[in-house]
Each structure stands twice: as C-alpha cells, then as structure tokens.
Design a protein around this ligand. Structure first.
Ligand SMILES: [Zn+2]
Length: 540
C-alpha cells in the first residue's frame, strides 16, 4: 500500500496518532551511529551539588566495534550538556542535535576492537514533576527535613541524567560502576554492591563506589541520596546465599523490618515459579524513596508506606490485594521480567509489565491458593480500557497502552488456561528466564518460545490481545439439547478453545467465527464459560 494511504488509514484508526519526530526516531531506533558499536561497560562518576541543584560528572564508555565506524551517537537530554569527550590523549569533536550528540573520531575505528571514550557532562538536570511516572531528579527532603534526593527515568530514559547509549537493545555486557559524590553527612545508594567509600575530609565529601557485575538496562540505573542506614540479612536460595540489604531512613527502621519480611516470601515464591534470582553476584536491595517504587535492578526502590496493597488501595478490589505488599512483589518480579529478560524496544514494554502484573497472582497462588489468585487477576480486569493496543510503535520509544499491565496479565492467565498443564506452564516460565538469561528480547521471541514449548500455536491469541483492542465475544444460544456458538470481534483465524461447563460438567469447545452446534445428550439447563478465560459472552 502507498505510504500516504497507510498514514491516512492510521490516522482514521488512531486519531490521536502523532507524527513521529526525528528526535523520537533518534531516541527509539538503532541508528547507523549506534549500530556499529556494542557497549561493554559504563563507569558513571557523578557529583550531586545540592546547593545549586546541579550535577557534574563523566561516563567512561568501554565498547567493542561490530563494524568499522567514525561517528557515534551519545544521548544526553538538556539542560544537561556534554562539555568534553576524550579518546585516549585526544579530545573528540562533537555537535548537538537536541537530545543527541554526534561524536566524531579522528580516524575510522576498525571492526572487532575494544576501545574507550570518556564523556564529561554537567548542568542543571530536569526536575521530575511526578516521580516515577515523569522522569528526572527529585531534590526532596525526608520527614525529618534531611535531604532526600532520587533519580527516576523509566520511559523518558537514562539520558535525562547521564550520558549513554539510550536504547534498550544494548546493555553493558560486563556491567557498570557507579561512583557518586555527595556531602559527607549523606549516603548515596545505587545498584549492585558498595565496593568502597572515599572520604575527602577537606572538601567534606564522600564518594560511594557501587559495582554491578551483570548487564543492566539503562532505566534500571538509579541513585538515591539521603540519611540512609543499612540493615542486612542473608537468604538461602536456589543460587546459594543471597545478600539482602535494606537501605532505610533511621526513623523507618522498625516499620521496614516488619514489612520487609515480604522480601524472603517474594524470593521463595518467585524462585519457585521462575527459577533462581537472576543477580546473586549483585545482591538484592530495597531502598526507601519518596515515590511509590521502581524496578531498579538489584536496587528495587520502595515507597509504599510499609503497608500491604498499593498505596493503600487494592488493585483487584476483591480484598486479595491487601494480603501482600504490592511494591515489593511487583517491582521485584521485574528482576526476572524486565531486568533478567529485558525488552529491546520500548514498544514491547508488556514483556516487563504484563509479566510483572501476572506475577502478582502467582505470588498470591503460592501463599494463599488458586481461588485467591484467580480472584486477584480477574479482579484487575476492571482497569483495562482497551483504548489502544498493548504493543506500541517500534523505533520511536513510544510505549503501548497502560493495558499492558492488567490485560497483559490476563492474557498470560488465559494462555495458562489454554495450556491447561500447570507443571508445563511453570517450566515455560522458568525456561524463559533460563534461555533468555541476561538478554534483551522482542515480543516475537517470547511468542515463539511459548508456542514452541507448549506445542500449541498461540500466534492468534497474542495477535488478538497484544495488537488489537478487541476482546473476543462468544455468542451462544441454547435450545433444548443444542448449544450453538461462535466468536465475534476476533482476528482472522482466532480459534481459542474454551473450558465451559454444561449442566455442571466441564467440556471444551473451540469456537471460531463460523457458527457451530453441539448436540448434548440431555436438556441443557446451565451453560457457563470458565471465568479464567478473558473473553466476553452474549446469550442470544
Ligand atoms: Zn512494573
């Protein structure tokens, strides 16, 4: 089809669709200036200057060339600015185009070599207007008036506060070091393990050196600065001894010790469902912050008021949501789905949020049984809007609908019903985490994997729930001993089998868009579709 016609059709279908800007393409796609090099390691060194609300630092980027190249894309969003880039003894030329810097090497770097540049930057960073949903820095105060500073950057990107290759497809294979300088009376907590602290007595500053050994997604990197104290414990898990560290404010200690008992329960449930915690080398941390929470890798942030539910609400409105701490469970589930398995493109964000939402009901099932778990996941359907498809626009850093949470979770719950073999389903969840261990993936890979392992072609089910806003409608009619039924509002070829109960006895029907009839041996008095399948029904 002609491009213009496609654009007009898209506009008619999605009137809110806006033209993709060049900046969005630069941010969301793998440009030629990104494609030729692979990040091996970042060393971010950054000082937070509280008085002036400025930041100043550098990022040493170690990379390997996949092709020869001379021009490199580095992302950093204004008002922060790159001041200098060094390559060995040389200073590199660069120019800015909005959120992107074009860096020019003196001569072509050949394919297959390892090299390093250091990018220096400083300025006044964007202040977050609503963390964590709007990214930036929050220069806050805690309840006792002490400085409490946090970074958040999901969606907008890590380049809102540090220079990097801001695309999900490329994580630093050898991890990252984060060195944070703050006034000596404050503690800076970041990802991974605290390797050492330097104290500059004359300058009244401390530098905290944090080290992450595993690949890490950019938006998972964070710094939290406050009057933190540390509480630690050890967990004997599937990968050996896991160090658990809780960084809390002194007056939160008692409440935290009580509420954070949820952490070992979470680990027990998720290691059962998904396999071992993916970052034993980096440990697991909960860090209290001034916003609800975020899945920062090996450094989950927590601000859920030390109470069960989500900010004192119950996501399913069925009571079950108050049986667990939503933030500890949901954000930690991202260690498997989001941090271990990460999306290459932001359009596939449901791989993070659909699975994390789904994980909440698996946690419930592990501790409270199947009925509560079903009530929970089905209860979350009330937030589904079906406004836009779950999958966003590729290559633009545009995410899909927020339906990716409850609808993504309910799609996975529905797929579990189709497979109808709990042991196999659990082995698929574990298999995903083992086979895509520390990798970035596409929706296509996840779909193919589940289809292959379940030996059921689920492609139409994924198409229906991820790529349309239509919920299948089962139309049926009962006349005496005959049941007739068909689907409406489905993608071509959609034929999801349903477990139904006729006169209280379970049977399977496989509706399609063509009307079918079933002759039952006796008069049909009741007909019900198993509630775990996310469809709608209409009796004629
Ligand atoms: Zn999430």
């Amino acid at each position: 089809m002609h491009k213009t016609i496609i654009l007009i059709l898209l506009f008619l279908l999605f009137p809110q669709t806006q033209t993709v800007t060049r900046q969005e393409t630069l941010r969301g796609s793998i440009t030629p200036e990104r494609e030729w090099w692979d990040v091996l390691h970042y060393h971010l060194q950054v000082e937070f200057l509280l008085e002036t609300r400025r930041m100043k630092g550098s990022n040493t980027i170690t990379f390997k060339t996949l092709k020869p190249g001379t021009r490199m894309q580095i992302d950093l969003q204004p008002p922060l600015a790159i001041t200098k880039i060094t390559h060995g003894a040389e200073q590199l030329k660069f120019e800015r185009e909005g959120n992107v810097y074009w860096v020019m090497f003196e001569k072509e770097i050949p394919k297959g070599v390892e090299d390093t540049i250091e990018v220096f930057y400083e300025g006044v960073p964007v202040v977050s207007k609503n963390p964590p949903w709007v990214g930036g820095i929050t220069w806050g105060r805690d309840d006792l008036g002490e400085p409490f500073i946090v970074t958040t950057c999901q969606g907008i990107g890590a380049s809102i506060w540090w220079p990097n290759k801001d695309h999900g497809a490329d994580e630093p294979d050898r991890g990252m070091q984060i060195s944070v300088t703050v006034p000596e009376n404050l503690v800076a907590v970041s990802n991974g393990r605290l390797k050492k602290t330097d104290h500059d007595v004359a300058a009244k500053k401390k530098t905290y050196h944090w080290e992450v050994l595993n690949p890490i997604n950019n938006y998972g990197v964070n710094v939290n600065i406050g009057n933190y104290v540390n509480v630690s414990e050890k967990y004997q898990g599937k990968g050996g001894v896991l160090d658990l560290n809780y960084w809390v404010l002194p007056h939160q200690k008692e409440a935290a010790l009580r509420q954070f008992k949820e952490v070992t329960r979470m680990l027990e449930a998720f290691e059962y469902w998904f396999g071992k915690y993916p970052f034993y080398e980096d440990g697991y941390k909960l860090v209290t912050v001034s916003y609800p929470g975020m899945e920062h890798q090996s450094s989950v942030t927590y601000g859920n008021w030390f109470r069960n539910g989500y900010m004192q609400r119950d996501p399913c409105a069925c009571g079950v949501g108050f049986k667990f701490d939503f933030i500890i469970v949901h954000e930690s589930a991202h260690e498997w789905f989001g941090n271990n398995i990460s999306m290459k493109d932001a359009a596939d964000m449901w791989i993070h949020e659909g699975f994390a939402n789904y994980s909440e009901n698996l946690f419930v099932e592990y501790f409270f049984g199947k009925k509560d778990a079903e009530d929970y996941v089905i209860g979350t359907r009330r937030s589904i809007r079906n406004d836009r498809p779950i999958i966003g626009e590729y290559g633009t850093n545009r995410e899909g609908s927020s339906d990716m949470y409850p609808k993504g979770g309910n799609m996975l719950h529905t797929i579990r019903q189709i497979i109808n073999d709990d042991a196999k389903w659990r082995s698929i969840l574990q298999g995903l985490n083992a086979d895509f261990w520390h990798q970035t993936v596409t929706t296509q890979q996840i779909e193919s994997y589940i289809t292959k392992k379940s030996e059921i072609d689920l492609s139409k089910v994924f198409d229906q729930y991820l790529r349309t806003t239509q919920i299948p409608l089962l139309k049926y009619k009962v006349t005496g001993k005959t049941l007739s039924f068909s689907y409406e509002r489905i993608v071509p070829g959609f034929a999801m089998p349903l477990r139904v109960s006729i006169n209280g006895k379970e049977t399977v029907i496989t509706p399609t868009e063509t009307k079918q009839t079933l002759d039952y041996p006796e008069e049909i008095s009741t007909f019900e579709v198993n509630r775990n399948f996310y469809i709608e029904t209409e009796k004629n």
